[in-house]
Design a protein around this ligand. Structure first.
Ligand code: NAD
Ligand code: TYD
Length: 333
């Protein structure tokens, strides 16, 4: 397959790129990425060694640039990871979220239509369903997003489903739960808390710390996405989750324990605006594709935290960025 991976210089997209090159050695893999603050060429250092890998810098909202890359590399299928992804940033400035996550997705769908591509896999999130007090969301549940981020992702999903209904495009949607692993930008809970603890700084825990997420290790998620791309039924949605529901407090204590750091580093701070209480996904449908998570939560957290401990050169420069400096000042951490 001649595959275009948009947003492949980010966290999950770079792991998926590595996995595709390894599992499908005859594929051509072209990463198309704007290189926003979250895109990092260093994430593709392994992929760059492979002659079947190409990188093109570009914006998924730029129709001419998307057309050019599709034509140049005779792309057959697209996996769209490109997005603005951080809920707290979406609360501060929602505009880029609507642009990239809705209009960018629609621009890619236009390319799929124009060039009659074989498959389009949209990478979405469990956050489009909103919060669930108990139980787990199924693919047929209605969308009830509550942050500017999740509303924008839901807008992207609806574009994808509309293009299926109207033009019969060969689309798939995967909705993943909270990922964690190496190379995640240190603004998200696990890398932020692991790197703060390593630096001896406080861990700003929002509200009562009892908000719950369903955590999936990034390699397990990528294996699920690969199964959806290869074997999913066109027009269908698949949930990919780890089945590891944990409160933020549990995650925080877990990180401190692995690093042998004191609980006094925890700092309770004011809650996030509109903070979703709990996410959880039912993954029966994805399991019919022969996929299931391989990592235990404990082993994956240990491995992830050890990676941040051993790779300060990757994350230290990112922590001096404007947003994280502003964040530190806001919470005095
Ligand atoms: P990330 O923020 O680490 O990376 C996003 C990438 O997209 C970056 O490389 C960035 O440069 C690129 N990008 C942003 N805007 C672009 C544009 N306009 N054109 C081209 N490239 C652009 O994100 P991530 O955590 O790897 O998430 C990847 C995808 O998975 C997103 O669609 C996200 O909504 C989804 N997702 C993430 C999680 C999670 O826990 N991280 C969970 C479920 C779903
Ligand atoms: P995050 O990693 O931003 O993912 P999402 O909001 O997309 O689920 O946050 C995960 C959880 O951790 C969420 O409930 C908010 C909480 N959190 C904190 O308590 N403190 C922090 O500094 C951050 C970034 C998140």
């Amino acid at each position: 397959m001649r595959l275009l991976i948009t947003g492949g210089a980010g966290f999950i997209g770079s792991h998926f790129t590595d996995m595709r090159l390894k599992r499908h050695p005859r594929d051509l893999v072209v990463v198309f990425d704007k290189l926003t603050y979250a895109g990092n060429p260093a994430n593709l250092s392994q992929a760059k060694k492979n002659p079947n890998f190409k990188f093109v810098q570009g914006d998924i909202c730029d129709r001419a640039a998307v057309d050019r890359v599709v034509k140049k590399y005779r792309i057959e299928s697209v996996v769209n990871f490109a997005a603005e992804t951080h809920v707290d940033r979406s609360i501060l400035s929602p505009e880029d979220f609507a642009k990239t996550d809705v209009l960018g997705t629609q621009t890619l769908l236009e390319a799929v239509r124009k060039f009659k591509l074989r498959k389009f896999l949209q990478i979405s999130t469990d956050e489009v369903y909103g919060s669930i007090e108990r139980g787990a969301f199924k693919e047929t549940d209605p969308l009830k997003p509550s942050s500017p981020y999740s509303a924008s992702k839901a807008g992207g999903d609806l574009q994808v489903l509309a293009y299926r209904h109207t033009y019969g495009l060969p689309v798939l949607i995967a909705r993943s739960s909270n990922n964690f692993g190496p190379r995640q930008y240190p603004e998200k809970l696990i890398p932020l808390f692991a790197t703060n603890a390593l630096e001896g700084k406080s861990l700003p825990l929002y509200g009562d710390g009892l908000n719950t997420r369903d955590w999936v290790y990034v390699e397990d998620n990528c294996a699920g996405l690969d199964a959806v791309l290869e074997k999913g039924a066109l027009g269908e949605v698949y949930n990919i989750g780890g089945g590891n529901t944990r409160t933020n407090r549990e995650i925080t204590y877990g990180i401190l324990k692995i690093l042998h750091k004191p609980e006094s580093l925890i700092k309770r701070v004011s809650d996030r605006l509109g903070h979703d209480r709990r996410y959880a996904l039912a993954t029966t449908k994805a399991r019919t594709l022969g996929w299931k998570p391989q990592w235990t939560f404990a082993k994956a957290l240990q491995h992830t935290v050890a990676w941040y401990r051993d790779n300060p050169a990757w994350w230290q420069p990112l922590k001096s960025g404007e947003y994280l400096q502003y964040y530190r000042k806001q919470y005095k951490v």
